[in-house]
Design a protein around this ligand. Structure first.
Ligand code: MUC
Ligand code: MG
Length: 373
């Protein structure tokens, strides 16, 4: 294939309201800020990608503003003039220019894949080797902060067949209050639902030892990132003691982290996130490490909008087994869309398009309206 030069790469911050406050241990979201990436190529094709985090700098190493700044100042100048049709060469070049910045790189890798898919007439999943399914089961996060409201929300989701896996955000409140909250929700939903918790590093090991036991004994299926991501030895000990499996989320900030965690047995489930690995191709390297180590997989999210959600989905549909499903519900948490056709959710699952690239088209008017000025 002949070379197709990259002509421009832009990053636009878009602020969209959430349907309700979304309470995490470290931050309460009232809106989500997406960084939308547009890659224009010499053959007239445009690729789109998204680099999104949660709560400014409260969650990870990059904020929407730093992602945009680093793209504008470093990553875009390095990519302009490179061959858009060679995703490997482009991403290897970016790894030389920037050591980390997996969020920004994930958005760029997504845009390169979207452009290449449109160029070849193939969905991104096929560029990644081929899908083995067309849809992905999607969990919903209950994070209103109110037990009765969370139970109502879950019941409604079960009634309309949108979700039957529920992740509860805890770790910010008093420990016993959090445990009572989770147990009340599990009792109310019974066997109709799988209930999991995400502590977002909110406990220390001494709290987690008892809390994991209580949760596991009360029917909670999965415990995500209970303690600080840097306490790997503690995570190994918890994994050995907890009756419910421990899932690594924040402790994976790169493919290399995934390898180190697998080597010491620090989790029996990995949350896969394109943003924390550097893109849809990069996240499959973490998946391969997990598969080789016998670690189960879960398709995670940074609460991206439609573009980041489908970039993740195209990677996840290529995987042999996603034992714990996915949580690719980001677009459903937002009141607004910036694409012409929203991703489709049906029968507890996200349907992954078979059209070329990611399968999305930007709605220029809405993008311009919600873009940060
Ligand atoms: C996280 O920590 O997993 C994913 C779903 C959700 O509600 O929050 C995010 C972040
Ligand atoms: Mg998490």
């Amino acid at each position: 294939m002949s070379q197709v030069l990259i002509e421009s790469l832009t990053a636009t911050i878009v602020d969209l309201p959430t349907i309700r406050p979304h309470k995490l241990a470290m931050h309460t979201m009232q809106k989500q800020s997406l960084v939308i990436i547009r890659l224009r190529c010499g053959d007239g094709i445009e690729g789109i990608g998204e680099a999104t985090t949660i709560g400014g700098l409260a969650y990870g190493n990059e904020s929407p503003e730093s992602i945009k700044q680093n793209i504008d100042s470093h990553l875009a100048p390095a990519l302009i003039g490179q061959d858009a049709a060679n995703v490997n060469a482009c991403m290897q070049h970016l790894d030389k220019v920037a050591k980390g910045n997996t969020f920004a790189k994930s958005g760029i890798e997504s845009a390169l894949l979207d452009a290449q898919g449109k160029r070849l007439g193939l969905p991104v999943s096929e560029l990644l080797g081929g899908r083995v399914r067309d849809s992905l089961e999607v969990a919903w996060t209950l994070a209103s902060g109110d037990t009765a409201r969370d139970i109502d929300e879950a019941q409604q989701m079960l009634d309309i067949r949108r979700h039957r896996l529920f992740k509860l955000k805890i770790g910010a409140g008093e420990l016993q209050h959090d445990l009572d909250h989770v147990i009340a929700i599990k009792r109310a939903l019974g066997d109709a639902a799988s209930v999991r918790v995400d502590v977002n590093q909110g406990w220390d090991e001494s709290q987690a030892i008892r809390a994991c036991r209580v949760l596991g004994d009360n029917g909670v299926d999965l415990i995500e990132q209970p303690i600080a991501r840097i306490n790997r030895a503690g995570q190994v000990r918890l994994s050995q003691r907890s009756p419910a499996p421990i899932m690594a989320d924040e402790s994976i900030e790169s493919v290399e982290d995934a390898f180190s965690l697998a080597a010491i047995g620090a989790a029996s489930v990995f949350a896969l996130k394109i943003a924390k690995n550097g893109g849809p191709r990069a996240v499959l390297r973490t998946a391969a490490i997990a598969e080789a180590a016998g670690i189960a997989l879960y398709g995670g999210t940074m609460l991206e909008g439609a573009i980041g959600t489908l970039a993740s989905a195209h990677a996840f549909v290529t995987l042999k087994q996603l034992t714990w499903g996915t949580e690719l519900f980001g677009p459903l948490l937002l009141t607004e869309e910036i694409v012409s056709e929203a991703p489709l959710y049906r029968d507890f699952a996200l349907q992954v398009p078979r059209t070329p690239g990611l399968g999305l088209t930007l709605d220029e008017e809405r993008l311009a309206f919600f873009a940060r000025k």
